[in-house]
Design a protein around this ligand. Structure first.
Ligand code: ITT
Length: 186
């Protein structure tokens, strides 16, 4: 299976999950153009079509956003740009004095089987911490506390994050779909 991403952290997380499946994961390191839209599905669809013209064989890619309730879902699909411009400190400043810290990560995987496009989503509910905590993970991990936990994703090992993450949940759906479609060919 080929994963298309230019984000090494993402690849490493997928690699750790794939180690436990019988499927081999190959990394195609490519920065594809991303559509600016407030709809994750539109963004993924655009990227899938673009990459499918270049690769012309089965692959998957994924887009993830952090959606903060009290900021009206910001940064959402603009997570990459916002992380680069204002970072985790910027998000903490925006939330100063705000007690509703509810947020969620949503990952949307787009899969091309050589012919058609498929979509699989995964969500992780949680809240934004009051300070930056932890050294593991990447992006918003140091300010995101998953529901039912009292530590941030950056205070978890990659295995622990992968046991609950948005990415893992979306990937389980994709792998379930692939397993089913292989069984129906047999
Ligand atoms: P590709 O599009 O090449 O896969 P990217 O880094 O642009 O890589 P996304 O658009 O999916 O990936 O992610 C947007 C940003 O959201 C990303 O730059 C991170 O800052 C953040 N992000 C994504 N997944 C995350 C995770 O599991 N934990 C914390 N932050 C994450």
């Amino acid at each position: 299976m080929i994963l298309v991403t230019h984000n090494q952290h993402k690849f490493l997380e997928y690699e750790e999950i794939f180690l436990r499946s019988k499927i081999e994961l190959e990394w195609y390191n490519y920065e594809y153009p991303e559509l600016q839209s407030d709809n994750l599905k539109e963004i993924v669809e655009f990227s899938l079509k673009h990459v499918s013209r270049i690769l012309n064989r089965p692959f998957f890619l994924e887009d993830t956003g952090l959606f903060i309730d009290s900021l009206g879902g910001f940064p959402g699909p603009y997570s990459s740009y916002v992380q680069e411009k204002i970072g985790n400190m910027g998000i903490l400043r925006l939330l100063e004095g705000i007690s509703n810290r509810n947020a969620r990560f949503i990952s949307l995987i787009g899969y091309f089987d050589g012919k058609n496009f498929y979509y699989f989503d995964g969500t992780l509910e949680g809240s934004i911490s009051y300070s930056i905590r932890g050294k593991n993970g990447f992006g918003y991990d140091p300010i995101f506390i998953p529901e039912k936990y009292d530590k941030t994703l950056a205070e978890m090992s990659i295995q622990e994050k992968n046991s609950i993450s948005h990415r893992r949940r979306a990937l389980d759906k994709l792998l379930g779909y692939i397993k089913n479609s292989m069984e129906s060919i047999k």
